[in-house]
Design a protein around this ligand. Structure first.
Ligand SMILES: *[C@@H]1O[C@H](CO)[C@@H](O)[C@H](O)[C@H]1NC(C)=O
Ligand SMILES: *[C@@H]1O[C@H](CO)[C@@H](O)[C@H](O)[C@H]1NC(C)=O
Ligand SMILES: *[C@@H]1O[C@H](CO)[C@@H](O)[C@H](O)[C@H]1NC(C)=O
Length: 324
């Protein structure tokens, strides 16, 4: 754990183009060497690959990963959506977005790529769903299919052996399903179709990480069925002729643990489950809370940078501890 946290500090500094050795006042002034005291108070439940949805890593060797290609929504949006180098994850008030991100610092996938020393190519876009043709109500007209088109249009020559494809959708599909009806089976199918495309020529991808937290603490029968369909599809890719390396990470344990009573937000080090920028009393000059380091959310429904860090920790724990 200590090693991962230290690496994460280096990752954050590297993003800013600032390198330091050892413990400097710079790290302390950033207050992030211990993630401001925010830590995982749950550990991933691992399960067999088969049966009910759970956390699994079937074949991803993260020591071998040199490039991460990342698709998703605002939870993964690094502020630049064409795979190019991201802007520094620095907040310039009164703008609530650190370098275009939907949060006040680095997003989880930057934590992961920083820890691994991997190059990040991020195509994620705030507001994105899997497939716009399923969701007329999705407010922003962007989806996984667009992100794939951007990526494929670049004809990137990436080595399949050292490239991980990360896919994290579901939140906007779930919200849209409450309005447009249950098209989540087709949304799950879209994710699986796109993995099929990425694993075929010319990309020939072999390693795929799928992350989910569709209900952010809420569940529904159709949401659970959506997860199960993606999970079963991943297993088929792993066990079938393509023998893909796949991992499934369900972040619901964090949301349930923080927003529910077992173990509750205090156990993670938070003082509030609210969004800092929705401050109503004791606010700073920008209308933000005085103690953003200990808030679960930064903007409404969107993880703070400390929450992003524990999301990365959770993903790493799954990849390490949930090998099947
Ligand atoms: C990616 O997007 C950024 C910001 O819009 C732009 O400055 C950059 O030129 C783009 N890069 C490519 C390769 O399209
Ligand atoms: C997107 O949804 C439409 C409508 O269900 C479907 O025809 C299409 O195949 C889907 N796209 C992908 C890539 O799965
Ligand atoms: C969860 O469900 C409750 C009750 O229906 C609702 O008020 C809340 O907005 C939902 N939260 C999310 C993140 O969907």
């Amino acid at each position: 754990m200590a090693k991962l946290l230290l690496l994460s500090v280096c990752g954050a500094l590297a993003l800013l183009g600032v390198y330091s050795t050892g413990t400097s006042h710079l790290e302390k002034s950033r207050g992030s060497s211990d993630n401001d005291g925010i830590h995982l108070a749950v550990s991933p439940q691992c399960g067999p690959f088969g049966g009910k949805t759970t956390n699994v890593n079937a074949g991803i060797v993260f020591g071998a990963i040199e490039t991460i290609v990342s698709f998703g929504d605002s939870y993964t949006d690094g502020g630049i959506d064409n795979g190019s180098t991201l802007l520094p994850a620095v907040l310039v008030p009164p703008n609530v977005e650190a370098g275009g991100r939907s949060t006040n610092g680095p997003v989880w996938i930057e934590g992961l790529s920083g820890d691994w020393g991997a190059k990040l190519m991020d195509y994620a876009q705030w507001g994105a769903c899997t497939n716009l043709s399923l969701w007329p109500s999705n407010p922003r007209k962007v989806d996984f299919i667009d992100q794939m088109a951007t990526f494929l249009g670049q004809s990137n020559q990436l080595d399949p052996e050292t490239t991980l494809y990360s896919i994290f959708f579901g939140i906007n599909d779930y919200i849209a399903s409450l309005i447009d009806g249950d098209h989540l089976p087709q949304a799950a199918e879209t994710i699986l179709n796109e993995i099929k495309t990425l694993s075929s020529p010319p990309t020939n991808g072999i390693s795929f990480l799928v992350v989910d937290v569709y209900g952010r603490g809420n569940t529904s029968a159709w949401g659970e069925a959506y997860k199960q369909q993606v999970f079963d599809g991943l297993r088929a890719f792993h066990e079938g002729p393509a023998k893909l390396n796949v991992a499934y990470v369900d972040l619901a344990e964090i949301w349930d643990g923080v927003l529910g009573s077992d173990p509750g937000y205090e156990a993670f080090g938070y003082t509030s489950t609210a969004a800092c920028t929705l401050c109503t009393e004791d606010c700073d000059q920008y209308g933000w809370c005085m103690d953003p380091e200990h808030y679960f959310y930064w903007i409404d429904g969107h993880p703070s940078k400390e929450t992003h860090r524990i999301m990365a920790d959770f993903v790493e724990e799954v990849l390490q501890n949930c090998k099947v």
